[in-house]
Design a protein around this ligand. Structure first.
Ligand code: PXG
Length: 470
């Protein structure tokens, strides 16, 4: 692109963007027009290294022809089949393939269209399970502080990110939260899983929450094995195992929300595999179709499914729940093609093989100005900054903008930068991500004034050209 021909931007008045500062965005749009492998092409023709696998959803890298071909062919063969009271063979095949990828025993699969729908579906299955088993008073749901389970009403009720809840009324009744395991004072700059305190922290579930509510009223506990959205919170050793024991002891279903940790992110198929803890229900989405067709799945233990089949009245719909697009043919085709790629390229093993290198690179940022903590596991890292007084989030947001200007896509949440590249990332690209991030942090910190005013970062002439054409 030459400077004399500014980029033609779309009319941006109608699209209300999700989880975006819409007004800020329009003053400095960040638009992609193509993607291949580990790179996006921005609208101003720059190659932007994808340090986040899209929104954690493109583990196999962008533009996979195997998936595109499968989806295209499927679209021209069977575009849609009614999902209620009828189906199509690929739905059963996709469920069989997802079941085979899940930990042993979680082999009954309900399809949704997103992680949020998967979370709400899992919560509804848990409630309905206890009811069908004759325990309707087990109807409370427990989540975790700073947990993220999507944006639907169930998900935000058990979720623990205050900003995602406070605008939306009273939420569900009968919900409580266990403590968030992040302890920077004790564990700052821990590489991987913190060693201590896991069992004591999990015991707090029994001592505080179960005592308060009476365990016989609790249907389920939902947690992410590693909290992604809240800024990469890695639980201490023994914590998830102890939660499992407590749930088993009191007949509470344990749900792992694996929307981020599923499909190789930690260097194993699921977080359940990484931590060697098998929940009763796993939710997933994102990587299931490599992010290209919306799809989520809820895997339940066979005994749970069997209870519905055995105890529901003959001829009844056992679970009055589902979506028009549950197991839509193109999503099934995309999921099967994605699982084929995982099998052929052993992407989880690839992630595991790179994780030590990635860890080293992430922790090389220790000592930079404003850096308060670095956390990592598998191919995920979180870099937490000191909060600038009166400007919470500004340091991370400015760093994100600076990285974008420098050709790297990172994520920010609060004052934390999260890195979660495609599992196809190469070592030199890992170097580039963290070297660029280091430069961005230094530059933003040195600028002193890191307000939310993007004009500080409009040094790039091409970005300027975009500005002029608004
Ligand atoms: N559960 C978990 C654990 C998630 O991380 C959802 C549910 C909801 O999924 P859907 O498909 O409804 O968006 C998520 C989504 C980020 C980021 O950068 C994280 C998510 C989504 C977008 C951005 O932290 N997580």
């Amino acid at each position: 692109m030459s400077q004399s021909s500014p980029i033609k931007l779309p009319n941006m008045s109608n699209y209300w963007m999700p989880f975006t500062a819409n007004r800020q965005f329009r003053s400095m749009p960040r638009l992609f027009k193509a993607a291949k492998g580990n790179y996006f092409t921005s609208i101003d023709d720059r190659q932007i290294l994808d340090g986040t696998a899209g929104l954690w959803c493109v583990p196999a890298g962008h533009g996979r022809t195997e998936i595109a071909t499968a989806v295209g062919n499927q679209l021209l063969t069977l575009d849609y089949a009614p999902a209620f009271q009828s189906s199509h063979p690929l739905a059963f095949e996709a469920a069989e393939r997802v079941a085979a990828y899940m930990p042993e025993g979680l082999d009954r699969i309900f399809f949704t269209n997103s992680g949020s729908e998967s979370a709400d579906t899992a919560l509804k299955i848990a409630l309905a399970y206890h009811r069908v088993c004759g325990n309707p008073l087990r109807n409370k749901l427990i989540g975790r502080e700073r947990g993220y389970h999507g944006v639907n009403f169930g998900g935000i009720a058990v979720g623990g990110i205050a900003g995602n809840r406070k605008a939306f009324g009273n939420g569900l009744a009968g919900v409580d939260h266990i403590r968030n395991p992040l302890d920077i004072a004790k564990n700052a700059f821990t590489k991987g899983v913190p060693a201590d305190g896991g069992v004591a922290l999990a015991n707090e579930f029994e001592q505080r929450i179960l005592t308060l509510h009476d365990p016989s009223t609790i249907a389920a506990l939902i947690v992410e094995p590693m909290q992604g959205s809240a800024g990469v919170v890695v639980p201490p050793a023994g914590y998830l195992k102890r939660l499992r024991e407590i749930c088993t002891q009191y007949g509470i279903l344990l749900i792992f929300d694996e929307v981020i940790t599923g499909f190789g992110r930690l260097g194993t198929k699921f977080g359940a595999d990484y931590f060697d803890v098998i929940p009763d229900i796993i939710t997933c989405a994102k990587g299931l179709t490599n992010g290209v067709v919306p799809m989520g799945a809820v895997a339940v233990k066979r005994e749970i499914y069997d209870a519905f089949m055995e105890k529901s009245p003959a001829g009844a719909i056992e679970l009055p729940h589902g979506y028009t697009y549950s197991a839509i043919p193109i999503a099934c085709a995309a999921a099967i093609a994605t699982l084929n790629i995982f099998a052929a390229e052993r992407l989880e093993d690839r992630a595991a093989g790179l994780s030590a290198y990635f860890e080293q690179a992430a922790h090389s940022l220790k000592g930079l100005p404003m850096v308060k903590d670095i956390r990592n596991i598998g191919l995920v890292a979180g870099i937490e900054f000191e909060v600038i007084a009166g400007k919470a989030g500004a340091m991370a947001f400015a760093t994100y903008l600076k990285c974008f200007e420098m050709g790297i896509h990172v994520r920010f949440t609060g004052d934390i930068i999260a890195i979660s590249p495609p599992l196809t990332i190469e070592k030199h690209e890992i170097d580039r991500i963290f070297n660029t991030l280091a430069d961005a942090i230094k530059s933003v910190a040195a600028a002193g004034e890191v307000g939310l005013d993007a004009s500080n970062y409009l040094k790039n002439e091409q970005v300027w050209a975009m500005q002029q054409s608004l």
